[in-house]
Design a protein around this ligand. Structure first.
Ligand code: SAH
Length: 473
């Protein structure tokens, strides 16, 4: 982030602008939303600027910008649409100590003006470091459509009520009150009885919240999916937005953690395959400690919480402590991997059943029903199996599996750095050694990547994708 967004207090501060054409008008429309004292220098100002001068919304000086014109100014805009003139203004303004913005000149500017969604006092600034103005405009349009015009009014009324609301203890109680106001009671009262109705509703709501019982803490065991934040369920997103505490695993992607409420306490209990981990008992203890104090805890697990997530142990611990819980399912890695390689998990005439396997359990490499897995047409998603590829190969070969049975390893399924490693039982350990994956890997036994549009085989490891991939039949 080269440009750091801040909100600058311009009340009573001086802002100068050189220019009188279209570029100047566009900037002035934004600056005039602030409470700055604006001076415009222009020899040939547009009629709007003349009118704003007459209305005393700004001061117009009908000459070119000169030395000392930006003295005591917080901001200066060079908006003459003439490169040489803008550069001259910028040099003078800089010498006067003002922060300078040259319209359409990122390199010459000390600051840039974002696209703004204005629901004063709620202001949203959108910036792309000058990289994608079209994107900024699109985001602005989406937000404009999403945010009701009344939002600003509700926020202003709320602002006047902040001191009264301090009667509620800080933290969750106060937050619940405000969220009840902004998202429920406020809009309802505004629609029914207008501004006065909102003020009355606010008083009633405060009394209700002052007298309501403390809600007990709880734990939601939430699936975070395979990593792509767009694959989170709406319910998971909502809970992340409300959580007081988020207890998360190593495989939960940073993009998803970004979605947690900013004030939430984030607890990392990450564990890596064979490496150090937070003990299950400590995880349970952390959930119970927070929930017992009334916190809303989101226990965020990668994929689906019920697939190799030690979910039952956590539920048993919560039950023993008498803490209320719920499960929010997520998209498991097998789903993401099959989508990534363009294959279905079950297929008429090929496999009417599929298996979830773990390559690693409490005792080390997991034993399975190898005999039935070695039969033709089997499909299995093998979690935590990459390190045990040689063991897996040995067991399956011992039970007579066809050596050319496809196995596709998918690393970082659904993420932008996803990688497909197409292989067969005969070559799996070697191919994995060559690819040396660093992220989480799932092995899809019995499935080869579909060589068709939509499957990004460019990311497949070179030389390991057969030219004509056939589904295993
Ligand atoms: N509950 C998770 C699985 C946890 S076990 C789920 O439903 O997906 C951890 C294993 O899941 C990893 O070792 C890896 O085998 C697999 N895994 C999780 N996320 C993955 C991803 N994005 N890509 C590939 N494999 C993944």
């Amino acid at each position: 982030m080269r440009h750091f967004p801040i909100f600058l207090d311009l009340r009573g501060r001086r802002v100068v602008l050189a220019g009188g054409g279209e570029a100047a008008l566009a900037k002035l429309r934004l600056i005039l939303k602030s409470e700055a004292r604006v001076t415009v220098f222009a020899t040939d100002p547009a009629p709007e600027i003349v009118a704003w001068d007459a209305e005393r919304r700004l001061r117009l000086v009908k000459r070119t910008f000169g030395p000392g014109d930006a003295l005591c100014a917080s901001l200066a805009y060079a908006a003459s649409e003439d490169e040489a003139e803008d550069a001259r203004v910028a040099t003078l303004a800089r010498a006067d100590g003002a922060l300078i913005n040259i319209v359409d000149n990122l390199e010459g500017s000390a600051f840039i003006t974002p696209a703004i969604v204005d629901r004063d006092p709620v202001t949203i600034a959108i910036g792309t470091e000058g990289a994608a103005p079209v994107l900024a405009r699109r985001i602005k349009a989406d937000l404009e459509a999403q945010l009701p015009a009344s939002l600003g009014l509700l926020a202003r009324i709320g602002q006047g009520f902040r001191t009264a609301a301090n009667a509620l203890p800080m933290g969750r109680k106060r937050r619940d009150f405000w969220s009840d106001f902004y998202f429920k009671k406020g809009p309802e009262a505004l629609a029914k009885e207008g501004k006065q109705g909102v003020e009355l509703a606010l008083g009633d709501l405060l009394i209700d919240h002052l007298h309501c019982e403390e809600t007990p803490g709880r734990v939601d065991l939430v699936g975070a999916g395979p990593g792509d934040p767009d694959l989170l369920t709406l319910k998971a997103r909502k809970l992340l937005d409300q959580a007081d505490v988020v207890i998360y695993d190593r495989l939960v992607s940073p993009e998803i953690l970004e979605l947690a409420r900013r004030e939430a306490t984030m607890v990392n209990v990450g564990k890596k395959g064979f490496g150090p981990s937070t003990k299950q008992d400590d995880i349970a203890a952390a959930m119970i400690a927070h929930a017992s104090q009334g916190a809303h805890v989101v226990r965020l697990k990668s994929g689906d919480p019920g697939v190799y997530g030690r979910l039952d142990e956590e539920i048993d611990a919560l039950d023993a402590a008498g803490i209320d819980w719920s499960i929010v399912p997520g998209i498991t890695a097998a789903n993401a991997a099959s989508a990534q390689i363009g294959q279905s998990l079950t297929k008429r005439g090929r496999n009417g059943a599929m298996r979830f396997l773990t390559g690693h359990d409490v005792k080390g490499f997991a034993e399975q029903d190898w005999r039935s897995l070695a039969k033709p047409g089997q499909v299995a998603a093998i979690y935590m199996g990459a390190k045990g590829a040689r063991f897996l190969q040995g067991r399956l070969m011992m039970h007579g599996i066809a050596p050319d049975t496809p196995v596709t390893a998918v690393e970082n399924a659904s993420r932008t750095d996803a990688r497909i490693i197409a292989s067969t039982i005969a070559t799996l350990p070697m191919d994995l050694d060559d690819a040396a994956p660093d992220g989480p890997v799932i092995l899809m036994l019995g499935l080869a990547p579909r060589a068709a549009a939509g499957v990004d085989l460019r990311r497949a490891v070179a030389g390991q994708v057969p030219t004509l991939q056939e589904e295993f039949a």
